[in-house]
Design a protein around this ligand. Sequence first.
Ligand SMILES: Nc1ncnc2c1ncn2[C@@H]1O[C@H](COP(=O)(O)OP(=O)(O)OP(=O)(O)O)[C@@H](O)[C@H]1O
Length: 861
Amino acid sequence: MAAHPRGLTTAEAERRRADDGPNELPDAASPTPVRLLVRQLTHLLAVLLWVAAGLALLAQMPSLAIAIAVIVVLNAVFAFWQEYRADRSTQRLRALLPAGARVVRNGAVCTVEVRDLVVGDLVLLGAGDRVGADMRVLTSENLTLDESLTTGESGAVAHRAGDTLMAGTFVLQGEARAEVAATGSHTTLADISALSATAQRPPSPLTVQLHRVVRVVAIIAAGTGVLLGSVSVALGLPLTEAFLFSVGVAVALVPEGLLPTVTLSLARGAQVMARRNALIRRLDAVETLGATTFICTDKTGTLTQNRMSVVEVVVPGTRVHVSGTGYEPVATFSGAEEPVAVVAPIAEAALTCVTGRVVHRTTWTVDGDPMDAAIHCLALRAGHSPAAAAVEGERRPFTADRMISSCLVPGRLYVLGAPEHVLARCAQVAAGVEDDLRRLTGQGRRVLAVASRAWTHGWSDDIERDLELMGLLALQDPPRPDVAISLRACRDAGIGVAMLTGDHPRTACAIAHEVGLMGPDGVVIEGSDLPRDDAAIAALLDNRDGAVVARVTPADKLRIARALRAGGHVVAMTGDGVNDAPALREADVGVAMGASGSDVARESADLVLLDDNFATMVAAVELGRATFQNVRRFLTFHLTDNVAELAPFVLWALTAGQFPLAIGVLQVLALDIGTDMLPALALGTEPPRKGIMRGHRRRSVIDRAVLAKAFLVLGATEAAASLGAFAVVLVRGGWSWGATPSAALLAHASGTAFATIAICQMANAVACRSTTRPVWRLDPRGNPLVLVAVAAEAALLVVFLGVPDLAELLGGTWPGTLGWGLALGGGIVLVLVDGLAKWRRARLGADATGDAAPGPIPAPR
Ligand SMILES: Nc1ncnc2c1ncn2[C@@H]1O[C@H](COP(=O)(O)OP(=O)(O)OP(=O)(O)O)[C@@H](O)[C@H]1O
């Protein structure tokens, strides 16, 4: 059944959609919530704890066994909840990705969501489009597809009328009309993805890094556990208890909650970004974005508004200025005696070569490319009838390698394109054209040349020569107003920016100056003149005064991304075209345009800018930095605790039991669950700082600064404070070195040590809010969640120590006045030590993370 040229009616399409369901792939086998929860209950560490609980049961200690089991379950539920939420929010973000298909319905072209395609729909395909369902080609022009996603074969595959296109492939070149043959689970893609559902994505660099950290800590913890277990056996502890002891120590020391907390924090970052029109497609790109040190951006639409209009027409010897707002049909032509007579033929000629059209005049709504619409608008202003049917002619669409588009109408060939490429195909060029070209490009105009020749035969490869130049069209595209501020922010942040554009070098240079991308000593180079050597490319572009690469090809972009990365940069690169996909994948963060980009680019990107705006990308970098800092904040917080928890065991082992064990395994677990989790989450919501874009950024989440602060400064202080408080209570109770304290005295002192660590962690939670400001200079309203978390911690502490049965089970009783005084003193000491460390670092100028006064980042307009 051949498709009707008017397409389906809306009613018919709706009926078919109701019958067949939406055009969606059956849900990929993402793990069910139950599966996720089971995974959290059965990972290695959890299994170790289960074994410990089992041993406790065998050793006739049922309350201990239950306590351990409760802790494992609590921990697992918590981790599951975080992972589940992160997963859900990523799914929601994915649903925001624009996915439209151009179809003919009721005789008119319209864009529908891909999920609304139905069998029998008449679809229009162009370069860069994703094929949204299996479809049969009705008519095609130069149609080639990238089928690598479905067949695994790279390279372009040509298709013609009668062929079937598979859902999931991309149009590389050419145009086609096709009829949908199968949708949703009936497509070939559905079979393939059912096969590949088990194949998992490789883990991201951040995940790898964090897993390494957790593994190293786990190995240290296990080692310590074994060592302490052996020591306790040597000291005469029964074997089961010793084993329990070592497993407990090992598990207590491992930061189990770390990975899910990081994931959730990244998901939060991604959500905030989505609200600012920046859509993240891979969670860890949030972190990478924050680490960006070089941005390669294109020009049209990103730095400029993509609202093009023809402002001057030059026909050899005559210049006509065009003024008028938007796509309004009324315009003033000036500069020639009969300007309309000058403009009309060249506008009509150019119009034959392009397909985009003005849809709505006052809102700048276009169907297709805004540049095409500008030409359409010019023709309308020069008298072209809005109702005129499309010219019957054979078109050769624009490609980046030829830089021209052409159209053969009966008796005549028209060519439109980049001036140097059109002029090179002209038989002769009138004097003065080059001067006009120089003048117009110098003003930042995009210039197109229009030429033609008489031709009565059909197409052959070499007919676009011996042309006669009709004239030049100069297009204006105003810069986006908020770009200048964002570029300044990049400069402050030490982020390099280069403009990579297909436009003329002088046009690009003028715009770069206008938006403030380039200073007086900036570099301008054409893609074909780039040095051969990668290191030389990186050195050339890494220019403080900005860089412009004009007449750039997708292959140049790929080389630039590679060269900058080899030069040590973390590169964000924008791309919108069909051939930009490799460069987007090569860059650390590929950025595609949501409004104007092609489907191919979007599917290869890590970040999609829904509003195509450069300022949005810079805002995303700021948010990335903020998220990164928050991850570091709660890492510092988490690791500090571990030192304080480990120290009593080490001291006990080193003194061969002469110094009693200050806290027990269950207390450690209670601290981990009770005190660590909530503040860590709250720290993940710390709002970004005003100065966050100032200064360079470190590249690793865990580095020496984090480790030194957590282990040597805060951790050591906390350990000393709790052990000190423990010793004071013991000594005041009559204990002397080497003696065994009474059970009541030990429980009392242990309760004090426990309270000291918990209170120190409360102070630590507040201290970790900033890397530069001491606690007393932080605005408590800056992050109320931290206060809530601290209050919750305090309440839990009172429960742990105040409920007699629980206190007895954990091994520490209510501290009393002296104990509480010592615990509070510990918290104050931690705040002072933290303040001193920050003051010292500020004096040494070691940290330039810009962690200054809190304040929101201005959202791009
Ligand atoms: N449809 C077309 N027909 C003819 N010539 C075109 C067409 N589109 C673009 N050109 C010419 O090719 C040049 C490069 O255009 P292209 O679209 O590749 O640039 P780009 O890389 O998208 O630019 P930008 O960085 O500004 O987004 C333009 O300056 C113009 O002279």
